[in-house]
Design a protein around this ligand. Structure first.
Ligand code: NAP
Ligand code: HSE
Length: 428
C-alpha cells in the first residue's frame, strides 16, 4: 500500500497523543485515506529524554532533517511557541510539504503569513486543534457555515479557567487549589499565566473572529482580562442573580467595526454556555442563515487535541491522493476596522464597600447619571453598623463611560472600596 510519510515536530502532551492515535487508527487508513500514514521522524528538544513506546532512532533535534527529507509530505507542528516554529513551518511549506499545526499563539499572530505561504506553494495549512482542542470549529466556520453572514462568535475556549471557575463555584475550592488540579490534569499551559490572565483565550478569539468575519484580527485587537480577581463573594452574587461566572470570549461584527474581548462575565443560567462545566469548551455562533449553533466538547488534553490534529492529517492525506492540496487558504478578504474597546457597550455588576450613612446611594447614583450609566438593580447586603456592601447592576453602557464613572466613584469619601467590576453577558 502507498505510504504517506510524516514529520512530527514535538512529542509532548499533544505530540504523544498524535503519535498514539495514528498508530491506533492504522488499520482503517487504507479504507479512509487509501494510504498508510507513517511517522518517519520526530523533532524534540531533549534527544536524551526516555520516551515510552518510542523508538529513539526516529528522534532528532535538528529540524532540517525533517524539512529536507524529500519523502516527507506532511509536517505536524505540535512543538508550540513562535520561533523556531514559524521558520520551520515556512521552510516546510516552501519545500513543498503540507503542514498541520495546533499552535494558536503563532497562528493568531502570524496566520496571514503562514496561510499566504501555503497558498503560494499550493499546499495545505490546517489548524483545527488551535482553537478549542477537540471541538470542530475552524472547519465549520471556514466551510460548513460559509454561506452565512456570521455576526457573533461567543466562546468558552480555555479549559483551565473553566475548570477553575467550576470548582470555585460548585465545590467552594480556592483559586490556587483549582489551578494546581488543572495543571495536574494537563489542561494548563506550561506557564499558566496565559490561561488565567485570558491570553490563551484571546488568541483563540482572534483566530475565530478573523475566520468568521473574513478580516484579520490579531491578539492585540482583543481586550483581555483574566479571572484572577474573581472571588467567592462574586460567585455567590452570580448565584443569587440566577447566573454563573464564565471566562467568555466575545466577538461581534457590528456596523461600526469588529468588537473582540475576553473577560469574566456573569451569564444567565438558562443560556447554553452557562451549563458548560469543568474543562469543557463551547463556541456559540450566530449566522444569518443558520441562526444559533453551538459546538461543545473537550477543548484541551492529549487525546481530544490529537483528535483534531489527526482529522486534519487525514484531510491532507485525502487531498494528496486527489492531487488537490492548497484549496482553502486565507479567507480574510475584507479589511474591517476593530472598534476601540471604550466604545463597546456592556452591562456591569459593581460591588463596593461603602460607609453605612444617608446619601451614599444618592451620590453614587449622581456619578453614574453624569456618565450616562443607567442603573438596573441595587442590592445592599452584609450591612454592619458602620459599613455596607452595595451592589449596583447597570444597563448597557459604553466601556469608556463606565471607566470614567468608576474613577470618580473611587474618589467619593463614603465609597471605601470598589471590590469587583464584572460584565454581564446580555446576548447578541
Ligand atoms: P508540550 O507538552 O510542552 O510539548 C512540546 C514538545 O515540543 C516537546 O516534545 C518538546 O521537546 C518539543 N519542543 C519544544 N520546543 C522545541 C524546540 N525548540 N526544538 C525541538 N523541540 C521542541 O506542549 P503541548 O501541550 O503538547 O502543546 C503543543 C502545541 O499544541 C502548543 O502550540 C499548544 O498551544 C498547542 N495545544 C495544546 C493543547 C493541550 O491541551 N496541551 C491543546 C490545543 C493546542 P522535549 O520533549 O524534548 O521537551
Ligand atoms: N491551556 C489550554 C486550555 C489548552 O486550558 O484550554 C490548550 O489550548
Amino acid at each position: 500500500m502507498e505510504k504517506i510519510k510524516i514529520g512530527l515536530l514535538g512529542l509532548g502532551t499533544v505530540g504523544m497523543g498524535v503519535y498514539k492515535l495514528i498508530q491506533r487508527r492504522a488499520d482503517v487508513m487504507e479504507k479512509t485515506v487509501g494510504a498508510e500514514l507513517e511517522i518517519r521522524k520526530i523533532l524534540v528538544h531533549n534527544i536524551n529524554k526516555k520516551r515510552e513506546g518510542i523508538d529513539a532512532s526516529f528522534l532528532t533535534d535538528d529540524w532540517h532533517q525533517i524539512v529536507e527529507d524529500e519523502d516527507i509530505q506532511i509536517v505536524i507542528e505540535v512543538m508550540g511557541g513562535m520561533e523556531p516554529a514559524k521558520t520551520i513551518i515556512m521552510e516546510a511549506l516552501k519545500a513543498g510539504k503540507n503542514v498541520v499545526s495546533a499552535n494558536k499563539d503563532l497562528i493568531a499572530q502570524e496566520g496571514r503569513d503562514l496561510l499566504d505561504t501555503a497558498h503560494e506553494n499550493k499546499r495545505d495549512f490546517l489548524f483545527e486543534a488551535a482553537v478549542a482542542g477537540g471541538i470542530p470549529i475552524i472547519r465549520p466556520l471556514k466551510q460548513c457555515l460559509a454561506g452565512n453572514d456570521i455576526t457573533d462568535v461567543i466562546g468558552i475556549v480555555n479549559g483551565t479557567t473553566n475548570y477553575i471557575l467550576t470548582k470555585m463555584s460548585e465545590d467552594g475550592m480556592e483559586f490556587a487549589d483549582a489551578l494546581k488540579k488543572a495543571q495536574e490534569l494537563g489542561y494548563a499551559e506550561a506557564d499558566p499565566t496565559a490561561d488565567v490572565e485570558g491570553l490563551d483565550a484571546a488568541r483563540k478569539v482572534a483566530i475565530m473572529a478573523s475566520i468568521a468575519f473574513h478580516s484579520r484580527v490579531v491578539p492585540s485587537d482583543v481586550y483581555t482580562q483574566g479571572i484572577t480577581k474573581i472571588t467567592a463573594r462574586d460567585i455567590a452574587y452570580a448565584k443569587e442573580f440566577d447566573s454563573v461566572i464564565k471566562l467568555l470570549g466575545v466577538a461581534g461584527n457590528t456596523e461600526e467595526g469588529i468588537e473582540a474581548g475576553v473577560c469574566p462575565m456573569m451569564i444567565h443560567k438558562d443560556h447554553p454556555l452557562a451549563s458548560v462545566r469543568e474543562s469543557f469548551n463551547a463556541v456559540f455562533v450566530h449566522g444569518d442563515a443558520v441562526d444559533d449553533a453551538m459546538f461543545y466538547g473537550r477543548g484541551a488534553g492529549e487525546m481530544p487535541t490529537a483528535s483534531a490534529v489527526v482529522g486534519d492529517v487525514i484531510d491532507v492525506a485525502r487531498d494528496l491522493k486527489y492531487g488537490c492540496t492548497g484549496r482553502i487558504s486565507c479567507t480574510c478578504y475584507k479589511e474591517l476596522p476593530v472598534k476601540k474597546w471604550g466604545d463597546v457597550k456592556n452591562k456591569f455588576f459593581i460591588r463596593m464597600q461603602v460607609k453605612n450613612q444617608p446619601g451614599v446611594l444618592a451620590s453614587a447614583a449622581q456619578v453614574f447619571g453624569r456618565y450616562k450609566v443607567s442603573i438596573a438593580r441595587v442590592v445592599q447586603e452584609h450591612t454592619e453598623p458602620e459599613m455596607a456592601e452595595l451592589v449596583i447592576v447597570t444597563e448597557k453602557v459604553k466601556e469608556k463611560y463606565m471607566e470614567n464613572a468608576l474613577d470618580e466613584l473611587k474618589s467619593l469619601p463614603p465609597i471605601c472600596e470598589i471590590s469587583s467590576v464584572i460584565r454581564e453577558y446580555s446576548g447578541t
